[in-house]
Design a protein around this ligand. Structure first.
Ligand code: FES
Length: 102
């Protein structure tokens, strides 16, 4: 495992996100839920590539800002009836610091 420090939890807005740009996998969005859980997804909607990092988090899903598909934060899968998947990455929170494995 190759964990990299991203930022402190406080640097991500509640129900918002922060983007880690230019990883070998492209841009990765790190989301923060209202329960202070963190999740990481490729910052591209499986529909038409919208920036999920600009979506709104509810529970453990994010709504894409372009056409309102809902994407599961833990799986990267679109919520039915939509079908598609964006790549999830491992993220974790330790002592107030957010880590990404990508
Ligand atoms: S690009 Fe995300 S819903 Fe269309």
């Amino acid at each position: 495992m190759d964990w990299k420090r991203v930022c402190t939890l406080d640097e991500i807005p509640v129900l918002g996100s922060r983007v880690v740009r230019g990883t070998k996998h492209g841009d990765i969005a790190i989301f923060r839920t209202s329960d202070d859980e963190v999740f990481a997804l490729h910052d591209k909607c499986p529909h038409k590539g919208g920036p999920l990092s600009q979506g709104i988090v509810h529970g453990k899903t994010v709504t894409c800002p372009l056409h309102s598909w809902k994407i599961g934060l833990d799986s990267g899968e679109a919520v039915a009836p939509d079908v598609g998947c964006t790549r999830p990455f491992a993220a974790k929170l330790e002592d107030g610091v957010v880590w990404l494995n990508a």
